[in-house]
Design a binder for this molecule. Structure first.
Ligand SMILES: NC(=O)c1ccc[n+]([C@@H]2O[C@H](COP(=O)([O-])OP(=O)(O)OC[C@H]3O[C@@H](n4cnc5c(N)ncnc54)[C@H](OP(=O)(O)O)[C@@H]3O)[C@@H](O)[C@H]2O)c1
Length: 227
């Protein structure tokens, strides 16, 4: 069996996508600020997974709980919450995580303005998502930045085939390798290492870049592939 993967903010679109894509080989803990909402989402994802893959192909369990319980019970913790909630969520939850827990940040610091989609660290001088998460982590070598450039619409629909790259940044070799393996578990995704966590802003800024390209050129659910 694989790992126990906890998803903080697992009731959102990305959370649904991570749960549906990883449940065949891993146990999934769906987290929410409201444990009841997490349980409802987990039941819906379990049903959707059984319909998509067939019940016997889903080897992991999918259950829901409040974010704090999920943080304490996970081997891998995905912080699938908006940038504006990241600081408070990390301060509350990361001290509860296991010392050897791998923390994954797909968080994009982005805002929509009249100009288009803008990158908050450049526009407002605020920290990258990675820097916020790493500042609260028990061990920053366990923090890995990934999954910024996959659209929720594609990830959350198991009938859609994927063909794109996922940038991965982090300081700890083993943690980065473990997250690259999780990327590979999703058919059609290829992990592309960019370097240490200090370069995570390059992965994070790729999302507003893609969304501006999308909205100005009529491209739907864009992704990145390096050729
Ligand atoms: N959407 C995409 O296509 C996409 C692509 C790449 C990366 N991302 C990044 O992935 C993360 C999740 O994306 P998403 O679209 O799933 O986000 P979302 O739907 O906006 O939020 C996900 C969940 O986070 C919880 N949440 C909302 N506000 C919060 C706050 N202030 N504090 C703590 N929890 C809060 C909510 O769950 P509860 O109310 O149940 O707690 C919500 O269901 C974001 O950081 C986003 O930047 C998104």
């Amino acid at each position: 069996m694989g790992r126990t993967i906890g998803i903080i903010g697992g009731t959102g679109g990305m959370g649904r996508g991570f749960a549906l894509r990883w449940c065949r080989k891993n146990d999934i803990l769906v987290g929410s600020r409201d444990g009841g909402r997490a349980a409802e989402a987990a039941a819906a994802y379990a049903k959707a997974a059984a319909e998509a893959y067939g019940a016997e192909a889903v080897r992991g369990s999918i259950s829901g709980a409040d974010n704090r319980s999920v943080a304490a019970g996970s081997d891998v913790l995905v912080l699938s919450v908006p940038y504006e909630g990241a600081e408070a969520a990390c301060a509350e939850l990361l001290p509860a995580a296991r010392p050897d827990c791998i923390v994954v940040s797909p968080i994009v610091p982005m805002v929509r303005t009249e100009a288009g989609f803008e990158f908050i660290p450049v526009k407002d001088g605020r920290p990258s998502s990675y820097d916020i998460v790493a500042a609260h982590a028990r061990d920053r070598s366990m923090v890995v930045s990934a999954f910024h450039v996959i659209s929720e619409k594609k990830l959350a629909d198991p009938s859609r085939s994927l063909d794109c790259d996922i940038f991965v940044c982090g300081d700890g070799r083993e943690a980065v390798e473990a997250v690259c393996d999780l990327v590979r578990q999703i058919e059609g995704l290829r992990p592309v290492r960019l370097g240490p966590g200090s370069l995570s802003y390059m992965a994070e800024i790729a999302t507003p870049l893609l969304l501006n390209a999308m909205s100005r050129n009529g491209i739907r659910n864009p992704g990145i592939k390096i050729v």
